[in-house]
Design a protein. Structure first.
Length: 149
């Protein structure tokens, strides 16, 4: 995109970051985000979610958590999608206890889980043959959630 063509915006960059992350080219995605920010185009929640998800999918929980924690410090609130991405990543890395702790933290922060969050937790806990009491608790919570909406 040169001087004669359209200028890229955050959505254009997010598409490219998403492509790079899906192809496990995380360093390329990070470099692209730095380029984007050097052009005074600021990463948004979608950019962070894409990068966190990409890192989790290649098993880089520590790096994903660093971005997540930084995001928590900078934003007044983190949305259910960002939390759900972290919960899903932890479940896929066989860290169900940590995922449940994050779920509890999310609820304490006033961020309400959605049907996808519940589905991920119930599936992970049942599939791993984990604590059935925890699975039942999540199920009961999701049923109460459905009564509210």
């Amino acid at each position: 995109m040169d001087a004669t063509g359209p200028c890229p915006d955050v959505n254009t960059y997010n598409s490219l970051v998403d492509y790079l992350c899906k192809n496990k080219q995380i360093e390329g995605a990070k470099a692209l985000i730095r380029t984007m920010e050097s052009q005074n185009i600021h990463a948004d929640v979608f950019t962070h979610n894409i990068l966190i998800d990409g890192l989790l999918k290649i098993g880089k929980l520590k790096d994903a958590h660093a971005i997540f924690d930084d995001f928590l410090k900078r934003e007044s609130s983190v949305g259910v999608i960002t939390y759900t991405i972290m919960i899903n990543g932890k479940c896929k890395l066989n860290m169900c206890k940590e995922a449940l702790n994050l779920f509890i933290e999310m609820e304490k922060m006033g961020c309400k889980a959605n049907h996808i969050t519940f589905k991920i937790l119930i599936h992970a806990l049942c599939q791993k043959n984990r604590d059935m009491h925890a699975s039942y608790f999540i199920f009961q919570t999701s049923c109460h959630f459905n009564d509210i909406i």
